[in-house]
Design a protein around this ligand. Structure first.
Ligand code: ATP
Ligand code: MG
Length: 252
């Protein structure tokens, strides 16, 4: 086989894998519910007021993997799988590792000293591989949600400050962030003008690029801040696939 017959060129845009994290009630689940034909695998309560198709509440990692397996093997028209939320999934993974070592708390696993956290990583990988299989073989996008927490960030200049990050153990957080194509931080715009504060409701936005106050990333050349609206994400996904796409710019 010649080199030219093996080399592919151009951009390959596959279904997206996104992590949407943010403070409680900012609109993470609503964002996912407005995506392209979504099906939720709920891991926390909180979907009652959201109009969406969903599996029963997953109470174990087995429930989650059973739902993924059903989406893999059965006929359906869903285009997006939503795992809502990872904070609760992480607790279930901790329970699995604790059970494996016959201890009550993850901290005690394998003799203690926090070693238990490293045993969670292969389990996270298995779950992400399951979601990748939906992406590869069923052409489904993935949206993961998580709450936010402040973490200490050491700058290259050797100063430290707090910034927002997904509320996950640092090993799991790094793995999930690396796996996803996009990490969005959902928050409210700060209005500092006292005359406007009284009249304008704060706007819900998503930050799409890393900044001093938060962790985020995107592979689509998105502006650093967009309305917290799936249409905005879809616009930039389509723009990357078909540069000639016309339509209203959700940024303006
Ligand atoms: N873009 C939006 N504009 C206006 N209201 C919104 C928007 N997104 C969500 N809401 C409202 O905010 C409330 C919380 O939304 P949602 O449940 O999606 O938030 P969440 O971030 O998933 O919350 P939780 O942290 O509890 O999971 C709901 O009443 C919803 O209707
Ligand atoms: Mg929610």
């Amino acid at each position: 086989m010649t080199l030219s017959s093996r080399v592919q060129s151009g951009r390959l845009i596959k279904p997206r894998r996104a992590l949407m994290y943010g403070v409680q009630g900012v609109g993470k689940s609503s964002f996912a519910a407005s995506s392209d034909r979504p099906i939720f695998i709920p891991i926390e309560d909180g979907l009652a007021n959201i109009d969406c198709d969903r599996f029963p509440l997953a109470r174990s990692t087995k429930d989650l993997m059973d739902a993924v397996a059903a989406l893999y093997s059965e006929q359906h028209e869903y285009r997006t799988v939503v795992v809502d939320s990872l904070d609760w999934l992480e607790r279930m993974i901790w329970d699995d590792v604790s059970a494996e070592f016959g201890v009550k708390y993850l901290e005690k696993a394998d003799g203690g000293y926090g070693k238990g956290y490293s045993y969670t990583i292969p389990r996270w990988r298995t779950i992400l591989e399951g979601l990748d299989a939906l992406r590869e073989h069923r052409n489904m996008s993935v949206i993961l949600t998580a709450h936010a927490r402040a973490e200490k960030f050491q700058t290259p200049e050797n100063t430290a400050h707090d910034r927002f990050a997904p509320r996950l153990h640092k090993l799991a957080s790094a793995l999930v962030q690396e796996w996803t194509d996009e990490v969005f931080f959902a928050t409210y715009t700060a209005i500092t003008d006292p005359a406007r504060v009284k009249t304008d409701a704060p706007q819900r936005v998503m930050r799409t690029c890393e900044g001093p106050t938060h962790v985020a990333k995107n592979r689509l050349g998105m502006p650093p801040e967009l309305p917290l609206d799936w249409v905005a994400y879809d616009y930039y996904t389509k723009l990357a696939t078909q540069p000639q796409t016309e339509g209203a710019n959700p940024d303006g």
